[in-house]
Ligand binder design. Sequence first.
Ligand SMILES: Nc1ncnc2c1ncn2[C@@H]1O[C@H](COP(=O)(O)OP(=O)(O)OP(=O)(O)O)[C@@H](O)[C@H]1O
Ligand SMILES: [Mg+2]
Length: 219
Amino acid sequence: MEYGQEDKPLRVLDNLNFTMHGGDTVAIVGPSGSGKTTLLQLLAALEQPSSGYIELDKQKLSTLSTDELADFRRDNMGIVFQSFHLIDSLSALANAALPLDIAGHVDALPRAKKMLESVGLGHRVNHYPQQLSGGEQQRVAIARALVHQPRLILADEPTGNLDENTGKMVADLLFDLHAQSQATLVIVTHDMRLAKRCKKLFCLEKGKLIVEENRDLLV
Ligand SMILES: Nc1ncnc2c1ncn2[C@@H]1O[C@H](COP(=O)(O)OP(=O)(O)OP(=O)(O)O)[C@@H](O)[C@H]1O
Ligand SMILES: [Mg+2]
């Protein structure tokens, strides 16, 4: 993956080749600037690789139009961004309900409320993002990512802004939801304790990827 102009490209990811299966839990680790967020954005089809391809469920992402990609993402993916990306003009409840609303589910609000309760925010449903702490915003973002039971969950440092107990609660929630589904869970993290709960470890360093498979899980 290269960023920038053709005359002076910045190569961030170099010659990556890997497969993930339904039900996998994958941790992506590596130093700041090593390309973890870039890799997650490629998996979310929010960036296109400068060469090579990404296939999800036998579907080559590069063959989809922008609209088809948006539908594909809406139906299959839950994304927790490093900087939350909540919508400031919507309450926590409306933010969490968004994926269901967009897909036209009539029970969007009760389902979103339940999801917010499960991330410990039942008492904050009517608050707007600016009225929430960083950790609370992160949990709304997680509720929004998981509310439509996606098959691919992509989380960029989902516990990065949380205290130890809340971080563990959020991680438990991600793994619980994952255990109830056949979803693939991909977590970017600097927290090795969280990374160790994943079956596969992807280590990024200087653009290269080292994959450790089938690790002994330390739960
Ligand atoms: N849109 C962009 N245009 C140009 N360069 C970019 C762009 N996005 C990221 N980069 C560069 O690519 C490299 C990888 O960035 P990335 O955000 O993927 O790192 P990261 O591993 O997620 O880091 P962190 O742990 O700090 O979040 C960085 O050197 C960054 O400056
Ligand atoms: Mg990042």
